[in-house]
Unconditional design. Structure first.
Lengths: 189, 357
């Protein structure tokens, strides 16, 4: 197994440590650096420390959202409101409960569990922004949901751990996790 | 309904014990769940809400979950009782103030460590609340409760989105982890804004004593996660337990040391004035008391004032609030009467001379 060719990018705003992170200046100007990233290209580690402006120029700040959720919803509403009249009638309504996407945008609550299916496409973008890029559930699975789904969730958790290990440059752990995942995938379900 | 014994003591979470209890008042974990086959509460008919309520009551009020669970039907309880439950952090303001005919309830465990709201924004909102930094203990308890309920209730769940909730900001794990922190020194030194900014950058919400929209009265801040999709429960808990909370604790401790080193006389004066006013005032406002208690709590934690203890102060944060004062006095009181009663209670509990002029 080789991780050499992996390119990993993280841009993590951190809690200020006195005198450390706070005082660090942007690599490109005199403003304090607010985004810190470590990039590994072919085993070479490259650190970057950038201010908000230069981070967004570099494309580092995309995942950092400073907007509270209400504002996010409102902006989301604005972006999509132009498209609504052209949408085919079925697209904006949940057939189970009669909820419309327009009403959701007004109240920020959905009508029933089936709304997630009915509005899946419309919701994806919003969910991703509200949950730090999260798009799929990897947490607890109800026992009644069956073994298959629990396996899926477990696999996704392990892959995420592997990714974190690589980002943290803990290659020993990464190698172990990779083996675990291979073994887990070979087990009969 | 018997809420009578809620007036002479605080819940477990204000005990002032547990790890890091000088700064971490309490740890709370909450799960949002909905029952499959029903619309979410906001879109459910009156009949469906009654049905959900009945299903939940049957499953919650059973010895399998815990002995002696108190079930409170909220439409039938008085506004004062509902306010009492809000002050004790057992129900949300929203749950207390919903319309009179909205079928809803709360189930409370014997020691108040857990509470389950039924028909709030989601069918089930369950929480465990414990003193100090005890997130994994709190999570184990809520997870057990969730497992027991899940044996008989089909939760609304989808493979991609996890546990389905009325608001998409809770979907996935439905888990909200929050710690209540007492950060008076960061407030005094003005560094609290840095914490707020850093927390926002880390996708955390910072709220006041009573959650959403409330001011940080008494220098009490609730910090909670906002991401529930794409992160598993253990990851969120570990972030709080190992990174977020220890960093803020260290930051507050540094600010305390700095105040004692560089502004000692001024700082001591502030602390002793809090003690003086709390033990001698004859009228006391609801916001003023929180800010003075905050300074007194800091004074006791730093050993500058040793005439009372943390547990007493923690309890006073609760007992001096309006609904508690009125329940203790056994009658409804207007605002001026409450201010006098509040001052009297403080003098009694802090050992000042209650009736001497």
């Amino acid at each position: 197994m080789s991780l050499e060719s992996d390119t990993i990018l993280t841009a993590t705003p951190r809690l200020p440590h006195r005198g450390q992170v706070l005082k660090r200046k942007c690599d490109r100007c005199a403003r304090p650096a607010t985004h810190h990233s470590v990039e590994i290209i072919k085993g070479q580690k490259i650190e970057k420390h950038l201010c908000d402006q230069h981070a967004s120029e570099e494309g580092l700040a995309i995942k950092s959202i400073h907007t509270p959720i209400n504002e996010l919803l409102t902006n989301f509403v604005k972006v999509h409101s132009g498209e609504e009249p052209d949408r085919p009638a079925g697209g904006g309504v949940c057939e189970s409960c009669g909820m419309t996407f327009a009403k959701f945008r007004k109240d920020s609550v959905l009508g029933c569990p089936d709304c997630y299916k009915a509005f899946e496409q419309l919701l994806s973008n919003l969910l991703e922004r509200a949950h730090e890029g999260g798009t799929h559930h990897i947490g607890k699975v109800p026992r009644r949901a069956g073994a298959g789904e629990q396996r899926q969730a477990m696999l996704m958790r392990m892959r995420k751990q592997l990714n974190a290990a690589v980002v943290g440059e803990d290659y020993e752990l990464a190698a172990r996790l990779r083996d675990d995942i291979n073994r887990f995938e070979e087990e009969p379900s | 309904m018997n809420l009578g014994n809620y007036t002479d003591h605080a819940g477990e979470w204000l005990r002032g014990a547990g790890p890091h209890s000088d700064i971490v008042i309490s740890s709370r974990v909450r799960l949002a769940r909905n029952i499959a086959g029903f619309p979410f509460v906001g879109r459910a008919s009156q009949r469906q809400r009654h049905e959900v309520l009945a299903i939940c009551k049957e499953r919650i009020v059973s010895d399998r979950l815990a002995p002696n669970i108190l079930w409170v039907d909220l439409p039938q309880s008085s506004a004062l009782d509902r306010q009492l439950l809000v002050e004790r952090h057992l129900i949300s303001r929203q749950h207390a103030s919903a319309s009179d005919d909205a079928p809803r309830a709360v189930a409370v465990g014997a020691d108040e460590t857990f509470a389950i709201m039924v028909n709030e924004e989601d069918h089930l909102r369950m929480q465990v609340l414990r003193s100090g930094l005890q997130l994994s203990e709190a999570f184990d308890q809520i997870n057990r409760i969730d497992d027991i309920l899940e044996d008989h209730i089909d939760y609304a769940y989808a493979k991609r989105f996890g546990y389905l909730t009325a608001c998409p900001t809770n979907v996935g794990t439905g888990l909200r982890v929050s710690v209540m922190l007492h950060l008076p020194a960061l407030k005094i030194t003005g560094e609290i804004d840095k914490v707020r900014r850093a927390a926002r950058d880390m996708h955390l919400a910072v709220r006041g004593l009573f959650g959403e929209g409330s001011e940080a009265l008494g220098d009490l801040y609730q910090i909670s996660n906002q991401t529930t999709l794409g992160k598993c429960e253990e990851e969120v808990l570990a972030d709080f337990q190992n990174t977020i909370v220890p960093q803020i604790i260290a930051y507050e401790q540094q600010a305390r040391q700095a105040l004692m080193r560089h502004r000692e006389a001024e700082f001591d004066d502030k602390l002793w004035r809090a003690w003086a006013v709390l033990t001698h005032a004859r009228v006391m406002g609801g916001e003023e008391v929180l800010s003075l208690l905050s300074h007194l709590r800091l004074a006791v934690n730093l050993g500058r004032v040793n005439r009372t203890d943390i547990r007493t102060i923690n309890e006073l944060f609760l007992l001096t609030q309006s609904a508690h004062l009125q329940k203790i006095s056994g009658c409804e009181m207007d605002a001026p009467t409450r201010r006098a009663a509040r001052a009297r209670l403080l003098r009694q509990r802090l050992g000042g001379n209650a009736e001497q002029s």
